[in-house]
Design a protein around this ligand. Structure first.
Ligand SMILES: C[S@@+](CC[C@H](N)C(=O)[O-])C[C@H]1O[C@@H](n2cnc3c(N)ncnc32)[C@H](O)[C@@H]1O
Length: 314
């Protein structure tokens, strides 16, 4: 589908302490539309073709994932300069866990714009922001492969675990580049070495689960280890990469991080079966081996490694 040109219209918006008229309505075309804070979301994107699914269990899992990595994330935002009054894009915002945290950091004089393809996730994000009393968040339904964000002049963008799932990471990076002001900062948390997803002692079905997850993302048109391509794509799009930090942990079951693969295995094994990629026998093997490592006080897990990438628009 061809890329749609977006036009920015103005709605009331706060910026850097001044009440200002600014860009907040983007006409996203028929396949994507703005989500108003109070309006019910009418689904017009396909929920079923997203490889990880958009059901309630996945919403809850993304919350767990956010809590597990939250300290790393907020430290990264802090070092990248995100502060009061900034206008920040949450690219592929999902159910809005990071969106809400960003909105609290930038405060009422700043703004957060979340772009997300799934109407179900947007609905969850809208409810979260309303519960937290946030009035500086705008959530828009849009497919980043089909629409251009336009020249928004934003201060920063946050993009976590999205680039692995898009058909063109180049288009994603160019879209972000177009939306930031010169000097604006683009921040990514994306996998670079998914194969580090490993249990000790080694369990064959759990190893094959990791391989199958990667294959399922590739079969859906994505690339698990997409972070390896981002520095070049960012440079080509006019960014200077200022920092790349590998993020990986090796944990025992006493560590909260252990809950991350636990939730992922339990939820994704069902999704893989739904997608026709898992037999009941293999599913049973994976869950049996996971029960074994859970029962083993000497077992350890290494997380799939991702890169924290910070880049400035020249
Ligand atoms: C693993 S989730 C991460 C969500 C969120 N960034 C977070 O960290 O919790 C990946 C998200 O990317 C969204 N996504 C994937 N492809 C997209 C696209 N082409 N346009 C917009 N969102 C997309 C999915 O709908 C999903 O919400």
């Amino acid at each position: 589908m061809g890329q749609r040109k977006l036009t920015a219209r103005i709605v009331l918006h706060r910026f850097r302490g001044r009440r200002a008229e600014s860009l907040v309505q983007i006409a996203l075309g028929e396949s994507a539309k703005r989500v108003h804070a109070s309006a019910p979301v009418k689904t017009n994107t396909r929920e079923s073709d997203y490889v990880l699914g958009t059901h309630d269990d996945e919403v809850a899992r993304l919350g767990l994932q956010h809590r597990i990595w939250r300290s790393v994330v907020t430290d990264c935002w802090h070092r990248a300069g995100i502060t009061h009054g900034w206008r920040v894009l949450d690219v592929g915002a999902g159910p809005g866990y990071a969106t809400a945290d960003l909105a609290e950091i930038v405060g009422p004089s700043g703004a957060v714009l979340g772009i997300e393809r799934s109407a179900r996730f947007l609905e969850a994000a809208r409810e979260r922001c309303a519960r937290r009393g946030l009035t500086n968040v705008e959530l828009r339904e849009g497919d980043l492969m089909e629409v251009s964000l336009g020249n928004l002049g934003y201060d920063a963008s946050w993009c976590r675990w999205v680039a692995s799932f898009v058909s063109s990471p180049k288009k994603l990076v160019e879209n972000i580049a177009g939306a930031l002001r010169p000097g604006g900062v683009a921040i990514f948390h994306e996998y670079s070495d998914y194969e580090t997803f490993r249990y000790m002692p080694v369990k064959p079905a759990l190893e094959s689960f990791m391989v199958e997850v990667m294959q399922s993302w590739r079969a859906a048109g994505g690339e698990p280890n997409i972070a390896r391509e981002l520095p070049q794509l960012l440079s080509d799009a006019g960014f200077r990469v200022t920092e790349i930090v590998p993020r990986v942990r090796t944990v025992s079951q006493r560590d909260y991080t252990w809950q991350w693969p636990k939730a992922f295995i339990q939820i994704n094994i069902a999704r893989l079966q739904e997608l026709g990629r898992a037999t009941p026998e293999w599913r049973a093997d994976v869950l049996r081996e996971f029960a074994e490592v859970e029962a083993d006080a000497g077992a350890w897990f290494t997380t799939p490694m991702f890169l924290e990438i910070v880049a400035r628009k020249e």
